[in-house]
Ligand binder design. Structure first.
Ligand SMILES: [Zn+2]
Length: 420
């Protein structure tokens, strides 16, 4: 069987199994550290056992499936992604990278190929920060980078702490933590992921060779406080209207973003949440409270800080203009990550050999790969074409595209794993 046909059949079977165990009537739901995420990990283990791969879990229940190499003392080649989903997400975000890695190891076993170096697929935990307000939990626990405060973060639906969830799933959250990944033991990390935007389909490319991962700066729980007042009885000059202040804030920052774009400064700026207080707001009152979130992303840390400074200034101006108080709340976020030039070159070479259309692109979304890159481990991401975006039930990955991308990953990992 050809490489591509093997990966296509493997993917089809495993994605069907994942769909069957996590479909909630609308999409896939596998919350971080839930029974469903455990079950997905168990499905992977069953296949790993069948093919004789080594199975290991660390203190935070990240899963490692390894094909031992001829020289086990050499730094290992790593690939993988996450198995949790957002509520009613699609079948491919995260899972595609783990399924691809496992398919590659199984094909190597079937072919009797033993690499020079250990080759490991990691299935990380809790990558989707919609459950816990902490970025890249799985990969950061793998390197033991979380703080005690992070471990006390509560899951939005259960209100129980990350530490409690880790322990409940069979991990051991108490310090000192066990089975920590060390950068010096890792040769490289290459993560395959579905593309989450429209760039690949609109360019007729199957694969995106990622040049860098954007960092983020977020205000998740910001508020504007003004004064509730009768809509008919309160003249304009006596108002502290939070909706008008919100509109001013949005348009002022939108104009700023347009100016940055014209100056060639690549970033995104998004108000993802914006609402009046459902309990108090009504059609005949000036709204006294608006809640909103603000998310800014860029590949450039200095630019993120520059934007933040500008936001602080705009917030002061808007508050003054509309006689309201604006509280941005706590700033959270993640650092940008650079991808390895050699791995990018290899990905293009393998794509060319296999006659698969590839293009270079940045990643606007955060991924576990950023944690590896920020530990100075040579890191790369391969995006695969996917219709309809991600984090929704309509993600659409053609199995032929999955097989093509997995074959490119297969080629890149093999080149690295064979290095003496
Ligand atoms: Zn993902």
């Amino acid at each position: 069987m050809s490489i591509i046909l093997f990966h296509q059949a493997f993917g089809q079977t495993l994605f069907q199994a994942l769909h069957a165990m996590s479909f909630d009537g609308l999409g896939m739901t596998r919350p971080s550290y839930s029974e469903k995420e455990n079950e997905a990990h168990e499905i992977l283990c069953a296949i790993a056992r069948e093919y004789g791969l080594e199975i290991r879990r660390d203190w935070a229940c990240n899963l490692y499936l390894t094909l031992p190499g001829r020289d086990r003392s050499k730094p290992a080649v790593m690939t993988g992604s996450h198995m949790d989903t957002v509520p009613s997400g699609g079948n491919y975000d995260g899972a595609a990278g783990v399924v691809a890695g496992l398919s590659i190891l199984c094909r190597w076993v079937k072919d009797g190929f033993v690499p020079e170096r250990d080759t490991t697929v990691i299935a990380t935990r809790a990558e989707e920060s919609v459950w816990f307000p902490v970025s890249y939990i799985g990969s950061r626990t793998a390197f033991d980078l979380l703080t005690e405060k992070d471990l006390q973060a509560r899951r939005v639906d259960t209100a129980r702490t990350l530490a409690e969830h880790i322990d409940e799933c069979g991990g051991k959250s108490q310090w000192p933590h066990e089975d920590i990944l060390k950068a010096e033991n890792i040769d490289c990390f290459v993560e395959l992921h579905i593309e989450q935007g429209p760039v690949l389909p609109s360019n007729n490319a199957v694969i995106g060779v990622v040049s860098g991962i954007c960092g983020s700066m977020r205000y998740r729980h910001a508020t504007i406080l003004g004064q509730y007042a009768h809509s008919g009885a309160t003249p304009r000059k006596f108002r502290a209207d939070t909706v008008v202040a919100m509109a001013d804030l949005v348009t002022t920052l939108q104009v700023y973003w347009e100016r940055m774009e014209e100056a060639g400064k690549a970033m995104t700026l998004t108000f993802g949440v914006c609402h009046t207080d459902a309990q108090q707001a009504n059609f005949s009152a000036v709204a006294g409270k608006v809640s909103f979130s603000l998310d800014v992303r860029s590949q450039d840390t200095d630019l993120l800080n520059e934007v933040d400074q500008h936001i602080q200034q705009v917030v002061q101006d808007v508050a003054k203009r509309h006689n309201v108080k604006i509280d941005l709340g706590e700033r959270t976020g993640s650092s940008p990550a650079h991808m390895d030039a050699d791995l990018q070159r290899m990905a293009f070479e393998v794509s060319n050999e296999l006659n698969i259309a590839a293009m270079s692109m940045a990643s606007g979304a955060g991924h576990d790969a950023a944690t590896f890159a920020n530990r100075n481990i040579p890191t790369e991401m391969l995006f695969v074409r996917n219709e309809n975006g991600s984090h929704n039930p309509y993600e659409h990955l053609e199995m032929a595209d999955f097989a093509a991308a997995t074959s490119v990953l297969d080629g890149v990992l093999k080149l690295r794993a064979e290095r003496i």
